[in-house]
Design a protein around this ligand. Structure first.
Ligand SMILES: Cc1cc2nc3c(=O)[nH]c(=O)nc-3n(C[C@H](O)[C@H](O)[C@H](O)COP(=O)(O)OP(=O)(O)OC[C@H]3O[C@@H](n4cnc5c(N)ncnc54)[C@H](O)[C@@H]3O)c2cc1C
Length: 392
């Protein structure tokens, strides 16, 4: 565990939401930070996320809300359609506003970019770690260095976790689905679909899309798979799974990029998030999955809580960080597992019940039910804001 002295060196592995946010807070706490990222360059775009909950408050403390608001897509509703595009159910405007109160819908790449723009350290792209012996690290380019703190912020398939804590299979809980997401430009389709999330659901299969801005679109595909392993050719697998679905499936399948985001849907559950000088943050230690929809928010929150505890007192900081974050993560994971039945219902009957709930969402009782179903209560994890409301 790091001890306070003049300037300490931190290595952050992974320049995603958690890694960049950890860098942001560590820099302001006086640390000398190195960020390494395996990808060859910054990845823009990606998939759409709904950003809310405690991460929203952390972004406010970081002064990032105005920049995030500028990238917000003005999503106004959620509509379930049939294979001919006819409306089966739509969440009412009142219900959407109640559910989406304070939510910023934006591309994951935009959230990362906004944090990155406010991080002073430049990211070393195309670099990863090969071995970690407490603070002693060797990198993929053959170099080595010693750090006071090593932060594994390298996502659900974390290499740091694998090197320091053990094989992924011990910690990863597969949720029985694969997902793919991508963004693309198509002004005609974008105008036709509009700023509302439209989805077509067949038993164990869901395809959805919405306009993002300036003629761009974001698409999401989700299906049940008994095999956890990602197929060798994800684009071919998507064509195979969704080719017969109708609605805009063939249009979406015709523009799936070769480097589409494609992954198994999993959660990460570990008894301990730290060992020696190494600590994990974000999806690496507590992925909640897209079913829970709060991963980015929790990643940002975890970064803030970790540095807050390190700054308060390095002794026991990792333990206090985990004690504050883990209940919120577990609560959200549990919620995510329950939400599978809403997002990827397994039968036509369940799809009908879900669509009926959307149609009745104008009724206060149903609206409250939906709000309770899509918003896990994890706000208690943050300490009250300082009067200034931001970091030093
Ligand atoms: C389809 C989909 C929809 C989602 N919707 C929502 C939503 O609505 N709301 C929400 O809050 N969350 C949502 N999430 C979850 C959210 O995106 C993640 O929880 C969040 O991105 C986690 O941040 P992270 O920084 O921990 O991991 P990541 O964002 O995955 O970042 C990890 C980074 O580490 C890098 N990396 C990996 N391995 C190495 C290595 N060995 N060396 C160096 N770098 C490495 C990766 O390239 C990446 O840049 C969604 C996720 C998906 C897939």
């Amino acid at each position: 565990m790091p001890k306070a002295n003049d300037q300490q060196r931190a290595l952050i592995v992974g320049a995603g939401i958690a890694g960049l946010a950890t860098a942001w807070w560590l820099e302001r706490a006086g640390w000398d930070v190195l960020i390494v990222e395996r990808a060859p360059s910054f990845r823009a775009g990606g998939y759409m996320i709904d950003f809310f909950g405690p991460g929203h408050e952390v972004a406010r403390r970081m002064g990032l809300l105005p920049a995030l608001e500028r990238r917000r897509a003005p999503i106004s509703s959620v509509t379930s359609v049939d294979e001919r595009g006819r409306r089966r159910g739509e969440i009412s405007t009142e219900a959407y506003e109640a559910v989406a109160d304070g939510v910023i819908s934006l591309l994951r790449g935009d959230l990362a970019d906004v944090i990155r723009a406010d991080v002073r350290t430049s990211v070393r792209y195309g670099l990863s770690v090969c071995s970690i012996d407490d603070g002693r690290v060797t990198f993929s380019d053959g170099s080595a260095a010693v750090f006071d703190l090593v932060v594994g912020a390298d996502g659900v398939h974390s290499t740091v976790r694998e090197l320091v804590f053990g094989p992924s299979a011990e910690f990863v809980r597969y949720l029985g689905h694969h997902t793919a997401a991508f963004s693309f430009r198509d002004p005609e389709l974008s105008a036709r679909i509009g700023y509302r999330y439209q989805m077509l659901t067949a038993p164990h299969r869901m395809i959805g899309c919405y306009a993002v801005r300036d003629g761009s679109m974001a698409a999401l595909m989700l299906y049940r798979s008994s095999s956890q392993a990602v197929p060798a050719d994800p684009v071919a697998a998507l064509r195979d799974r969704f080719g017969d679905l109708g609605w805009v499936a063939s249009e979406l399948l015709s523009v799936v990029p070769q480097d589409v985001y494609y992954d198994e849907v999993s959660q990460v559950d570990m008894p301990s998030w730290h060992r020696g000088k190494v600590v994990l943050v974000g999806d690496a230690c507590g992925a909640v999955s897209l079913f829970a929809g709060h991963g980015a928010s929790l990643a940002l929150t975890g970064a803030h809580v970790l540095v807050e505890e390190l700054t308060a007192d390095p002794d026991g900081a990792f333990e206090r960080y985990q004690a504050r974050m883990k209940p919120a993560v577990e609560h959200t994971q549990e919620f995510g597992r329950r939400f599978i039945g809403w997002m990827a219902p397994g039968s036509r009957w369940r799809i009908s019940v879900r669509d009926l709930a959307l149609r009745l969402s104008g009724l206060p009782v149903v609206r409250n039910l939906i709000r309770g179903s899509v918003m896990p209560d994890v706000d208690g994890v943050l300490t009250p804001a300082t009067p200034a409301g931001t970091a030093a």
